[in-house]
Design a protein around this ligand. Structure first.
Ligand code: NAP
Length: 534
């Protein structure tokens, strides 16, 4: 498939007069062809208008028809074969094996939502039958279910060019629920975005779906996205990326004349608590596994363990981890902005009066990437290990900031109370991890109780990187890890973000949606007069 660099507006292509930009290969230090063109205000308006016009038809398709659409997208993505792998590898410097794995995960995610909507019970149908004879007033017949919101704008992140991007979980769950999607291509992987966008457009066309059920817009730098969030035809936004980006766009969504739901999945430091028994019995293995988790994908994961709390003495563990961090070679990061932000953050932390550099980065890590220098070393960054004590961590909230990259901060607690204090002071995170024994879990029940109020997922004797796509998964957490901690962007519940409940009171059977009719023609699970039944 030939890349054109032009936005996909329904079944048409955008023009080639908007602001121009190129993808950049961070490993080779060179620009990639072709040029990409930012969508014009007229093209953004056209994509939104087509999406709004397609909504009435698309939302009323049966779950099975939308499931076919999602499965076609998955198949088209797979059919892109090595073309997709090569382009994504060049745009991100991520290894081909990782991209192949991510493509499989993305296709599986689309099929996962297809299965959910084909089965149909996700609509949460509730029926309270009427009773005209009730005294003192008759009881109305009330039936409700979840229904889609309307066009959803999707902002993907740079670090998952497939699974959290154009055809990723937000798009899959929004389309599954019956919403058209307008995706914004990330400037860091526009070619990968265009390939995924063509896979979705072709799936829509093959199935004869109304034009506008999907569009993809290019943006040289943060202008198209703002117009999209403010467009009156856009009814919800899903964002994955930095806290700064999520906060800025969230304010726009909230200050519209018609405020809309805005779901931002942002950064996180994912604290790991290593309890004394784990440290006594497996310090070496823990250091090795932690090092793998911190440096995986050059540390560019929202689930990267950025804070590790131990109870003294943890010297042997810290020394093993430092030795591994020292041996870690510099690797290219996703783009120059991310490499620059990482080096600035490492430099600031090295200079913090309450923090000690404990391993990893040599002096040259402080060098800023230079815009004029596109050399292959410009995006390479080294691992960085820091140490502090619990009292300093609690007194300095800036130490909770995410450093997006292969870095972690060891926090030494002197007592159980010290460790609990760290947990109490943690802000909202996607995950927390506990290493210990089952007996520890009983003895540290208060730690679990604190973490339950702070994170979306608690892991026992594992590491937070690697998020399983399954019905029970929670990939979310209290602010600031997300803008709204009641949601998840991965797993079956992700679909709920793009719906709202609608109740029908005293409607005749023939005018009700099939999900709410007496005979239950779709055979879904429903709550009828307080009882779950098929
Ligand atoms: P990013 O720089 O925030 O970019 C994400 C998207 O938002 C891009 O399309 C970007 O547009 C847009 N954007 C950012 N700031 C904006 C603003 N002020 N106005 C308009 N648009 C704006 O994030 P990233 O560097 O791609 O991703 C890294 C971050 O994502 C890390 O913090 C990581 O932890 C987080 N992340 C979170 C999850 C999760 O599930 N919680 C998953 C993956 C990554 P431009 O391309 O034009 O800048």
């Amino acid at each position: 498939m030939e890349l054109t660099g032009q936005s996909i507006i329904g079944y048409q292509r955008g023009g080639n007069t908007g602001e121009l930009f190129y993808a950049f290969d961070p490993a080779a230090g060179e620009e990639l062809k072709p040029p990409f063109y930012s969508a014009s205000p007229a093209e953004i308006g056209k994509a939104a208008q087509l999406a709004a016009a397609s909504f009435q038809t698309y939302r009323q398709l049966m779950g099975g028809e939308r499931a076919t659409f999602l499965r076609r997208i998955a198949g088209n993505l797979e059919d892109l074969g090595e073309t997709l792998v090569e382009r994504a590898t060049r745009e991100t410097a991520l290894p081909a094996a990782r991209i192949r794995g991510e493509r499989a995960r993305t296709a599986n995610q689309l099929r996962f939502f297809a299965a959910i909507i084909e089965e149909g019970s996700w609509v949460d149908a509730r029926i309270d039958q009427g009773d005209p004879a009730r005294q003192p007033v008759p009881k109305p017949d009330v039936r409700s279910m979840l229904e889609p919101l309307g066009p959803v704008a999707v902002f993907g992140a740079s670090n998952f060019p497939l699974a959290f991007s154009v055809a990723g979980g937000d798009t899959a769950s929004a389309l599954a629920a019956g919403n058209p999607v307008i995706a914004l291509a990330h400037y860091s992987h526009p070619g990968t975005a265009e390939l995924a966008g063509m896979a979705i457009r072709d799936a829509a066309r093959e199935q004869g779906l109304p034009e506008g059920v999907f569009s993809l817009l290019f943006d040289a730098r943060q202008s198209v996205g703002k117009v999209l969030v403010e467009h009156p035809d856009v009814k919800a936004v899903a964002f994955t990326g930095s806290r700064a980006g999520g906060t800025a766009l969230g304010k726009l969504a909230a200050s519209r004349p018609e405020p809309i739901p805005f779901y931002a999945e942002m950064g996180s430091v994912n604290p790991v608590f290593i309890l004394p028994s784990a440290l006594e019995t497996r310090a070496e293995a823990l250091a090795k596994d932690l090092h793998t988790s911190v440096t995986l994908g050059v540390g560019q994961f929202c689930t990267n363990p950025g804070v590790v709390v131990t109870m003294a003495p943890a010297d042997a563990f810290a020394a093993s981890l430092a030795a591994l961090m020292n041996q870690t070679a510099a690797q290219p990061m996703l783009n120059r902005n991310i490499a620059g932000a990482y080096r600035r953050a490492v430099s600031e932390r090295s200079a913090h009066s309450r923090v000690k550099s404990a391993g990893g980065q040599p002096e040259d890590v402080h060098t800023e990437p230079k815009d004029a220098d596109n050399g292959p070393d410009n995006c390479r960054s080294r691992a960085a290990l820091f140490q502090t004590d619990a009292a300093s961590f609690v007194a300095h909230p800036e130490l909770q900031a995410e450093i997006f990259g292969p870095s972690t901060l060891l926090v030494a607690a002197r007592s159980r109370e010290d460790l609990l204090n760290v947990a109490r002071q943690m802000e909202g995170n996607l995950t927390a991890t506990i290493h210990g024994t089952e007996r520890d879990l009983r003895e540290f029940a208060d730690l679990i109780a604190i973490l339950e109020t702070k994170v979306g997922r608690i892991i026992f004797n594992g590491f937070p990187t690697g998020v399983e796509v399954c019905n029970a998964m929670v990939h979310g957490g209290p602010y600031p890890s997300t803008s709204d901690g009641r949601n998840t962007s991965v797993g079956g519940r992700a679909i709920l973000r793009f719906t709202r409940p609608v109740a029908y009171q005293d409607f005749p059977e023939s005018a009700l949606p099939p999900e709410l009719r007496d005979q239950n023609p779709l055979g879904i699970w429903r709550e009828v007069d307080g009882r779950f039944t098929k």
